[in-house]
Every structure is written in C-alpha cells, then in structure tokens.
Design a protein around this ligand. Structure first.
Ligand SMILES: [Zn+2]
Length: 256
C-alpha cells in the first residue's frame, strides 16, 4: 500500500484545494461564503457538521464535494461516544468517503472504524504553512495535510495585508490545501479571539441561526480574514492558477 509520487501533478505549479469546515455556521454565513467562491468560479469541498438546506440541495445533486466533520469532544451535539458520533455523521451524509474531525481529533480507533466503513481519505491534519504531500496513514486512509487554515493564521497574528505576502505564501509549486470557516468569513475576523468571544456569548441555537442582519451588526469592518481570502481568490483568478476539489485530487493520485 503506497502512493505513487509520479502521480503527484503539483510538482511544477501551485495547485489549490479549498475546503470549508462548516462548524454549525448559520444558513446566512454559509450562503455568504459560498457566494464568493461561486463568483470566482472556484470549487469547494465542504466538511459538514449539520443539515443545511442550502448546502444539502447542492450536495444531493452532486454540485459540490462534501465529507463529514464529526465532533468527538465532550458535550458534542453529535453524540456521547465514538459510535454515536460516527452514526450521526454517516446518517447525515451517507455517501461520504472523506472526513476531517472537529479540532482535528485523532485516534486510531476512529480512523480504523471509518476506514472499515468505507472512508477512503481524510484531511485531518493541519500544518502551519508547511507543504506536506498526502501520505498513506497507518489506518490505510490517504491523508491530505492542510497548508493554510484561517484560524491558525489569525492565531499566529500573521499579516492580513495580502499583497505583502502573496508571492511568499501562494506562488510556489506544490499542493496548497486551504481550510476556512464560514463564520470567520461572515464576521471578517481580525484576530483569533473575535469569533471565539461572539460564540461564547451565544447559545448553540442562536449561533446556528444568525441571519444577515445579525451578522452585519457583529462583523468586523476593518481589515480581516475575509478580505485576505477574497484577495487570494482574486490572485488565483488573475494568475490562472488551478483549483480542484479534494475528491478530484484523490481520484487523480490514488493508488493503482
Ligand atoms: Zn471544526
């Protein structure tokens, strides 16, 4: 069992893959995020935590790629133990072949269980701006490490002025897997604690039902991560860089 590196098609150019962890975002936040990607004609892979009518209509018509985003932490709304959480998520998205756990929860028991259930690949590892090629995990799953995550970028207080770091971060060859969260987009978070503080002051139900008006009232109007991501989307279009879904990439590199 191995990955044939000669199938890695990103050796000579940057290849982008945008993924989104749903994290119980409201319909308004999901639509807001989705619309930017549609505007720039850039495909997305969603890791879903809950039912969203807007999104599931598209998933059911195979218009977008999706995997599950199980939450194995205490007080999870998905269940009280591994089995319950996995049951919840596989019922939510029965055709899923990929996953990323909430907060990157990672333990052999879960990986093996999901592999046995027919899951083929995951993206359950987040680097901090390091290019790491996909690899075959101990479980048999193919694992796709994330290069850029909105939360990690904010957590480390990195530069939000896109033009100053675009070449350094995004213009060299290799696979660039991006992970963003709809609520960071909708709030245009300027730092890591901005969204955290808002979330901690709301009930789960309120968080999941924030509408356009609510979001306008609580979003950041200064420079934030949404501005950064939108500049990245413009940069990709302007330079004709290639973007794929995670499913596309898996199918192109999978074992012979
Ligand atoms: Zn999450």
């Amino acid at each position: 069992m191995y990955l044939n590196k000669s199938n890695f098609f990103w050796k000579n150019e940057p290849i982008f893959c945008f993924t989104i962890d749903l994290d119980w975002a409201s319909e308004s936040a999901i639509k807001y995020t989705f619309n930017y990607f549609e505007k720039f004609n850039i495909p997305i892979t969603f890791f879903v935590t809950h039912y969203s009518k807007f999104l599931f209509d598209k998933i059911n018509y195979n218009e977008i790629d999706a995997g599950i985003h199980p939450n194995f932490l205490p007080n999870s709304s998905h269940g009280n133990n591994y089995k319950e959480v996995i049951n919840y998520c596989t019922k939510l998205l029965p055709k899923a072949k990929s996953f990323r756990c909430h907060r990157y929860f990672d333990v052999n028991d879960i990986n093996e269980k999901l592999y046995d259930l027919g899951f083929l690949y995951d993206s359950n590892l987040c680097t901090f701006l390091q290019r790491v090629d996909p690899f075959v995990h101990r479980s048999g799953l193919i694992r796709f490490p994330i290069y850029f995550e909105d939360g990690a970028y904010l957590y480390h207080n990195k530069n939000l002025k896109f033009n100053e770091i675009s070449e350094e971060l995004f213009y060299s060859k290799g696979l660039i897997i991006i992970n963003i969260h709809p609520m960071h987009m909708a709030l245009n978070s300027p730092d890591f604690l901005y969204a955290r503080k808002i979330k901690d002051n709301l009930t789960r139900q309120k968080w999941n039902s924030l509408n356009d008006k609510d979001l306008k009232n609580i979003k950041n109007y200064g420079l934030g991560i949404k501005d950064f991501i939108v500049n990245l989307l413009k940069f990709i279009n302007k330079n004709n860089l290639k973007t794929y879904t995670l499913k596309n990439i898996y199918e192109m590199i999978k074992r012979d």
